[in-house]
Design a protein around this ligand. Structure first.
Ligand SMILES: Cc1cc2nc3c(=O)[nH]c(=O)nc-3n(C[C@H](O)[C@H](O)[C@H](O)COP(=O)(O)O)c2cc1C
Length: 225
């Protein structure tokens, strides 16, 4: 493919609805290799990518559905968001949620509609491929930063090869369920999932773009004058 990096960075977005087209294994291996090319402190290369499809993915989705039906408590094995969330960040979170729910026609007070969309996380948005991303439990915050870069490389490689993907941080809420179901080693913890497939360009949840802060909101340039 001949995307420029700028073009990829500008056009990529989270994909939350997929066609039933499969993703060839060699394409996924390329994404995984791109992920591993990410730089990392002391070149530790933290993180594991467990790639699931077919009956194995369906089995995990069933286990997650069962966990939801049983009201299995969410377990926070690592903290993702600040608690309490500062107002200006809450506003960003709300805007992203609002964009998604508006695209889906789910109203602000439609609790059931929101819950149903949230549950889609645990079905990997019906993607043909689900990835469970884990990290060793003893890794520090810096290693999470490194893993984030791997995730971005994975997502960009997916886009570059014509596929769509989204991160699923919500998967970590059921980390122990995923861990048990997949018999993952005890010293790994679930960081997030990735749903991967061919984007369904007709689906409403794929029709919106999220916004970003302007340059002067997050940068300072000094000594350039
Ligand atoms: C690590 C990670 C975890 C995420 N977890 C979820 C999730 O659980 N559910 C969801 O719908 N989107 C999730 N997202 C997607 C974000 O909401 C999305 O990246 C953000 O709103 C910016 O939109 P964009 O990806 O379309 O540019 C996640 C993204 C990342 C990188």
């Amino acid at each position: 493919m001949s995307h420029t990096l700028d073009n990829l960075l500008e056009t990529r977005r989270s994909t939350r609805a997929f066609t039933s087209d499969p993703v060839p294994r060699d394409a996924i291996e390329r994404m995984c290799r791109a992920a591993r090319r990410a730089p990392s402190g002391a070149n530790l290369q933290p993180g594991q990518f467990h790639v699931l499809t077919g009956s194995v993915l369906r089995g995990l989705v069933r286990a997650l559905k069962y966990a939801q039906e049983q009201n299995t408590p969410h377990v926070a094995e690592y903290s993702y968001f600040p608690s309490p969330m500062p107002a200006e960040l809450k506003a960003r979170q709300r805007a992203a949620g609002y964009a998604l729910y508006t695209a889906l026609g789910v109203g602000r007070r439609d609790v059931d509609g929101r819950r149903a969309q949230f549950a889609r996380n645990y079905a990997f948005f019906d993607a043909p491929v689900g990835v469970v991303v884990t990290i060793r439990r003893d890794m520090g915050k810096g290693c999470f930063m490194d893993l984030g870069m791997s995730l971005m490389s994975f997502l960009l490689s997916a886009e570059d090869q014509g596929f769509g993907a989204t991160g699923i941080g919500a998967l970590a809420n059921y980390g122990p369920v995923v861990q048990n179901h997949l018999c993952l080693p005890d010293d790994e913890m679930v960081v997030c999932g990735i749903a991967l497939g061919v984007a369904d360009d007709t689906a409403p949840e794929n029709q919106f773009r999220t916004e970003r802060a302007g340059l002067n909101e997050f940068t300072s340039f000094r000594g350039f004058d």
